[in-house]
Design a protein around this ligand. Structure first.
Ligand SMILES: [Zn+2]
Length: 64
């Protein structure tokens, strides 16, 4: 439902186990004061394909 992070999100990553790009499941690992740590897992085999730190969006009055 959230669309603000679309550019930062990976929908598919290369999975070394499946040997092809697979859709990934994004899992929230950790919430930091300034960012969130997300983990990406292969939806097929569950392999962890990487994590990413997502900076918290600036809370501005930019929302319509
Ligand atoms: Zn996989």
């Amino acid at each position: 439902m959230q669309r603000q992070f679309e550019e930062l999100r990976a929908s598919e990553l290369y999975c070394p186990r499946c040997r092809t790009a697979q859709p990934v499941r994004e899992k929230l690992l950790l919430v930091l004061p300034h960012a969130e740590l997300h983990d990406y897992q292969c939806t097929i085999c569950g392999e962890s394909l990487g994590s990413r730190e997502v900076k918290a969006p600036p809370v501005m009055a930019a929302r319509r």
